[in-house]
Design a protein around this ligand. Structure first.
Ligand SMILES: *Cc1c(COP(=O)(O)O)cnc(C)c1O
Ligand SMILES: [Zn+2]
Length: 431
């Protein structure tokens, strides 16, 4: 096939600029910098237009020309293309006039944005001929690797910190994956996975396949731009664990600018973390270009990476755009979950509580102005972290199935629901 018909890409070291072709490798052997997939955008130009995208399927593969998908590989799982919704009621509550929520709480198939990265990683795992894939995970990645490898008939071995939420453990085991709980935090798990990947011939989606995996996150950025009518927002608020997603949204915007699909404009990036694990926001607040690793202690377990691989790059990127990073307490995390649910009918997990509360804080601080077009990126589903809400809602005693009993109960419990007395004709439809 000629270059005009397929996307040309390879792994590149961002430090020494050395190219590596396409191989399962996470970092430059000389500089130790995480490798990046670099595209020859000229090979894409002309084949990636608003029209060609609109003619594609309603999922991430409509952007296939800008993803590292090996020649001949035709992934078909309908991942992504999640709703971007105008958040009027949330906006009113937090002082925003032009706020949107990107809702990956309903991403297919496993209800988090990790489905995007896994879909791209597994296409490459198959291409490289791995019989077993694995990952180190804070939960959502485990769910997605287990589900998608099951569908492809690839065996999976997944390593997680021992204190993971029960729902995320169940959501991995049900797909028949091998799950190993490690007595340690995510950073211990990740280090072990690096050793395992060297020892066995396994494809670890976020270790030796990481450069390809990370590219899947760009689809969040493509979708935001397309759903805004091929326009970029003024601000993006994004949760950070390893610091990959926030950078890839920026990369996506830059590619769209380079290809002429959107007008060039400055976009500020704002990172969100939980205070109990905030190495990147700490770095941004101090104006550093390095990360001081932390020992995570937060209910936002999906973001609990104390030594984030893309942390330094994310910190530098945020600062270079004139953005900021904030962090919120565990109590604010749960408040944020509840706020988003009450205002927009979106039940997000703890990570989305982090993002929502940080978004609120950024408006309060005046770092985001009310009129600016702002997108808050919600990345996971609340049904996976219901333990965070335990004790928030008391279950009241059951009411007898009689109108008088119900009426007495409601008067005592929430009389405002009753309102004005009804016309007798309307009540139950009897005269
Ligand atoms: C993994 C994850 C993130 C953060 O992603 P990074 O790319 O590692 O920064 C955010 N939200 C949820 C729900 C996640 O599972
Ligand atoms: Zn290098």
């Amino acid at each position: 096939m000629s270059d005009s018909q397929c996307t040309v890409y390879e792994l590149k070291c961002p430090e020494c600029k050395k190219g590596f072709g396409n191989v399962p490798l996470s970092a430059c052997p000389d500089c130790l910098a995480p490798l990046e997939v670099q595209y020859d955008l000229e090979s894409v130009r002309g084949r990636f237009t608003k029209e060609s995208v609109a003619a594609g399927p309603a999922n991430i593969w409509r952007y296939k020309e800008l993803l590292p998908i090996p020649e001949g590989c035709q992934p078909d799982l309908p991942v992504g293309f999640t709703p971007l919704v105008k958040a009027e009621r949330l906006g009113k509550r937090i002082g925003a006039k032009n706020l949107y929520v990107k809702n990956d709480a309903v991403c297919f198939p496993t209800l988090s944005f990790k489905d995007r990265v896994v879909a791209v990683a597994l296409a490459n795992a198959q291409h490289f001929g791995f019989d077993v894939v694995g990952c180190s995970s804070t939960g959502n990645l485990a769910n997605s690797v287990a589900a998608q490898s099951a569908r492809l008939g690839i065996r999976a071995c997944i390593l997680v910190p021992a204190d993971l939420e029960p729902a995320k453990i169940l959501n991995t085991l049900v797909y028949g994956a091998k799950l190993v709980r490690i007595d340690g935090n995510y950073d211990h798990v990740n280090r072990l996975c690096t050793l395992i990947a060297d020892e066995y011939r396994w494809g670890f989606v976020n270790v030796n396949l990481r450069p390809y995996y990370a590219e899947g996150s760009k689809t969040v950025g493509y979708e935001i731009a397309e759903q805004l009518g091929w326009k970029l927002p003024d601000n993006v608020v994004c949760p950070m664990a390893g610091g990959s997603l926030i950078r890839k949204i920026r990369k996506a915007f830059n590619e769209l600018i380079a290809l002429g699909l959107v007008e060039d404009k400055p976009v500020k990036f704002f990172g969100a973390q939980a205070t109990g694990c905030s190495p990147i926001s700490h770095s941004v607040k101090n104006g550093w270009d390095e990360i001081e690793p932390q020992r995570p202690n937060t209910i936002a377990r999906s973001l609990a990476i104390g030594n984030p691989a893309d942390g330094p790059a994310a910190s530098k990127m945020i600062q270079s755009t004139g953005g900021w990073a904030e962090d919120v307490s565990d109590e604010e995390v749960v408040d944020g979950m509840q706020l988003l649910a009450e205002c927009e009918g979106i039940f997000t997990e703890t990570a989305g509580g982090v993002t929502t509360s940080v978004t609120e804080k950024l408006y309060q601080q005046g770092r985001i102005k009310p009129e600016e077009l702002t997108v808050s990126v919600i990345t996971g589903n609340g049904l996976k972290t219901t333990d965070a809400l335990v004790g928030r809602f008391v279950q009241e005693a059951a009411v007898k199935p009689r109108l008088a009993e119900f009426d007495a109960y409601l008067r005592a419990s929430d009389a405002s629901l009753i309102g004005a007395p009804q016309d007798a004709e309307l009540v139950g439809g009897v005269k």
